[in-house]
Design a protein around this ligand. Structure first.
Ligand SMILES: C[S@@+](CC[C@H](N)C(=O)[O-])C[C@H]1O[C@@H](n2cnc3c(N)ncnc32)[C@H](O)[C@@H]1O
Length: 426
């Protein structure tokens, strides 16, 4: 029973929902800490945790997933760069820009923000980045500012030449970039988190909410919303954007930047009174969407942008329009209507992978993981190389603590993206 109690304690303290990482991960961390504390009985260890904040912090440090790297998912940083140049700089010559990176892990995200500012010509005296993480080990690592190869991924590493110095096998971030960032160890679910903080113009909160249950996710987003300036931008991780659907936010233009601005599109206007980009009045069906050049954000349609073309029996025209309409409704947050339309299409065309797929996404965003898995599996049954259905199956299985199937689906998604047939050697 003690393991369940420890999982409950971690959930209350830091939001970690053990099914998102699997009980095995929590048990592994607990066993490691017990060994280090020389405690043989898990009930005794539970008692220690209840009375020692130091040991609770040590367990948190052991259980957290610190995975991060510079310019992770490049698009959010490209969007930030555009916003800095086109919106912030022309309107604010003297104001100090405030950014928050929470969780910052070992600092790569926060230093990436600093590099974006430097590259846009905003000096450290005109910007401040607060970078926060619950893990003191991560914060200590961030403060060293020295990184190994694993923190630099992808092929475009020009920023490393500009902003780092080689130091043996590692790279050390330059002092002018360090100056922007203020690291702090804190728990974003702590009641005092955010107290006495000035609003932020930009918040990055990526790849944390995915480890929370739905109620904690909502609480965390409420907190971020309170911390965000009335015209501020919020960036989430790619699996977390569905949480924003019924919120008073509008998605930023630009595919896969996973960014939002406060206010619905019709309410949101610039400080100078000029209106924002209007919502699209019409969305064509999915197959045409993937070739579109418009940059209007569509949280559901955009998901399918990276789907490699797979053979699929085309729907007759009116049905194709209905599927496009379902994606449009989902993009605009009318999830019940989108789901009803998908169900109607499925009722008449039981072989339509795309309708099962969209319905699965809607159920996933509502937290109905059982139903999401059933529908996504159906989509993959009909279209075995449906890349995004495989990706989402991986996410859903991971959230349910089914790590074995999660990695199987991720591998299938990788093969689908690379067009490697199942069973063939990559
Ligand atoms: C996967 S990293 C994400 C880092 C970075 N945002 C990114 O996307 O690359 C998740 C981080 O969340 C931190 N974390 C977990 N629970 C937290 C909490 N309640 N408050 C603050 N940080 C937390 C962990 O210590 C870990 O470093």
């Amino acid at each position: 029973m003690a393991l369940v109690d420890i999982e409950q304690l971690l959930k209350q303290h830091m939001g970690l929902h053990s099914s998102t990482v699997g009980s095995g991960t929590v048990l592994h961390a607990v066993e490691q800490r017990m060994r280090e504390c020389r405690i043989g009985d898990i009930d005794d260890y539970h008692q220690v945790l209840l009375h020692s904040d130091t040991e609770l912090d040590a367990l948190v440090d052991t259980v957290v997933i610190p995975e991060t790297w510079f310019y992770r998912d490049i698009k959010p940083f490209e969007m930030l760069d555009t916003w800095l140049r086109e919106e912030w700089l022309p309107r604010h010559s003297n104001r100090v820009l405030r950014l928050l990176s929470v969780p910052c892990s070992s600092g790569e995200e926060a230093y990436t923000l600093a590099m974006c500012l430097a590259d846009a010509g905003i000096g450290p005296q005109r910007a401040r980045i607060d970078a926060i993480d619950i893990s003191s080990t991560n914060i200590d690592k961030a403060l060293t500012g020295a990184y190994g190869r694993n923190s630099f991924r992808g092929q475009h590493l020009g920023y490393r030449d500009r902003h780092f110095q080689a130091d043996g096998a590692r790279y050390r971030i330059n002092d002018d970039i360090r100056q922007y960032v203020h690291f702090e160890q804190a728990n974003m679910l702590d009641a005092n988190f955010g107290r006495d903080r000035e609003p932020y113009h930009v918040i990055f909160c990526r790849n944390l909410l995915i480890y929370f249950d739905r109620a904690t996710q909502d609480r965390a987003i409420d907190r971020l919303q309170d911390l965000l300036d009335s015209d501020g931008l919020l960036f989430l991780g790619h699996s977390e954007t569905g949480l924003m659907l019924n919120r008073d936010f509008s998605a930023l233009p630009g595919q896969r930047c996973f960014g939002f601005r406060r206010g619905k599109p019709e309410q949101a206007g610039h400080e100078d009174g000029s209106p924002r980009q209007p919502e699209p009045r019409h969305h064509p069906p999915r197959r045409r969407l993937s070739n579109e050049t418009t940059n209007i954000p569509r949280p559901f349609s955009d998901v399918v942008k990276s789907v490699p073309e797979t053979p699929c029996e085309p729907l007759p025209k009116p049905e194709n329009d209905r599927l496009g309409e379902a994606f449009r409704l989902a993009d605009e947050g009318h999830l019940d209507e989108a789901a009803a339309l998908c169900e109607a299409i499925i009722e008449e065309h039981r072989d339509q992978a795309e309708a099962y797929f969209l319905l699965g996404l809607v159920r996933e965003s509502a937290g109905n993981l059982d139903e999401a898995e059933r529908l996504l599996r159906k989509a993959v049954y009909l279209e075995p190389a449906h890349h995004q259905a495989l990706v989402h199956l991986g996410v859903v299985c991971e959230q349910r603590g089914d790590s074995a199937n999660a990695s199987r689906f991720r591998e299938r998604a990788r093969r689908a993206a690379a067009r490697i047939p199942d069973g063939a050697v990559p």
